[in-house]
Write a protein that binds this ligand. Structure first.
Ligand SMILES: [Zn+2]
Length: 336
């Protein structure tokens, strides 16, 4: 069961967005030494490994999604991950925390076998592993800010060279998500307990975060169809105003179970069925439609990226941010 749950976790993680691989053929993408032919690619992969870069020495097998596998250094690979996962405009300490979380996640993946690509630790399929953006994609995304943002992202990786989070001597499942409304979620509510993935405070409020709350409106017939597809035993007859019962909440404030038509549905199932941004929602019938009011974005487990940015703005260092969102973990450095 635990394995299945963690598999789900990886899927959810992937939904937070991350393709992988130096698709643009960054300098030094193959093997340990940059080659002249490869450096001709339009990629500003981090400069040739400087003296003492631990990331530059650590090679990761990456599946390219086309049946091939290549070996990239963390130094070459991580910037595209961080860039895909967190807005480059975020505070430098939030980006440093993100770099450590992403590095940790990759190191964790090296300790397990992924059925979809047993030959590679990670892949660039965002529905499987983590998001990664090629230099070309980043140029399109960032436009004239490309050089500025790229340098900032690379600095976050270099400033945390080789640093990762461990628990009991192992790289942790350093999952993260976009935003949490006040509290993060305990992984026990989704995938099974992990001592370092417990519910902690997160500073997001409606006042401090634009777009923290979203709404989804569903007409009665669509609502009925979606619920019956999940469980044909739900009794959705009579006045729609009587279909939905009172939700029970998780420790992190998300919907644990919600009775609909006499059947208890999990908050996660409801989130998926109605494409809600998170399981932190309320549901009401307004007389003509069902209205979900949703707070935050993502599964809610581990580091909140918006929260990390707010905490950094308040003066927290990246080390403090990581200790806050992954309590009980140790910050370690890869061996050179
Ligand atoms: Zn994968």
């Amino acid at each position: 069961m635990g394995k299945l749950l963690w598999g789900t976790l990886l899927l959810v993680l992937a939904l937070t967005g991350m393709p992988l691989l130096l698709g643009g053929g960054g300098a030094g993408a193959q093997g340990t030494e940059p080659t002249p032919t490869e450096s001709a690619a339009p990629s500003p992969a981090p400069s040739a490994d400087p003296e003492g870069s631990v990331d530059g020495e650590h090679l990761v097998w990456v599946a390219d999604g086309a049946g091939g596998t290549e070996q990239l250094s963390l130094r070459d690979y991580l910037p595209g991950v961080v860039a895909a996962e967190m807005p480059a405009a975020y505070h430098p300490d939030a980006l440093r925390a993100q770099a450590v979380a992403a590095r940790t996640y990759i190191l964790y993946k090296e300790t397990v076998t992924t059925a979809a690509h047993p030959e590679a630790a990670v892949c660039r399929d965002s529905s499987c592993c983590k998001a990664w953006l090629s230099p070309q994609e980043l140029r399109e995304r960032w436009g004239e800010n490309y050089s500025l943002w790229w340098d900032k992202i690379c600095a976050a990786v270099e400033d945390t060279d080789g640093m990762y989070l461990s628990y009991d001597g192992q790289a942790i499942q350093a999952v993260f998500h976009a935003s949490s409304p006040g509290r993060t979620e305990d992984s026990a509510a989704l995938w099974g307990a992990a001592p370092y993935l417990v519910s902690v405070d997160s500073p997001e409020t409606v006042e401090t975060v634009a777009g923290l709350v979203s709404e989804v409106t569903v007409d009665a017939e669509s609502f009925r169809s979606a619920i019956l597809a999940l469980d044909a035993g739900a009794d959705l007859t009579g006045d729609p105003g009587g279909w939905v019962g009172e939700a029970s909440l998780t420790e992190g404030g998300r919907v644990d179970t919600l009775p609909i038509g006499g059947v208890p549905f999990s908050g996660q199932a409801s989130r998926t069925a109605f494409s809600l941004r998170s399981a932190a929602f309320t549901l009401r019938w307004d007389g003509s439609a069902f209205v979900f009011t949703v707070s935050g974005y993502g599964h809610g487990v581990g580091m909140s990226q918006v929260g990390a940015d707010l905490l950094a703005e308040e003066g927290m260092t990246w080390e403090e941010i990581l200790a806050h969102y992954y309590p009980g973990t140790a910050l370690e450095r890869l061996d050179a």
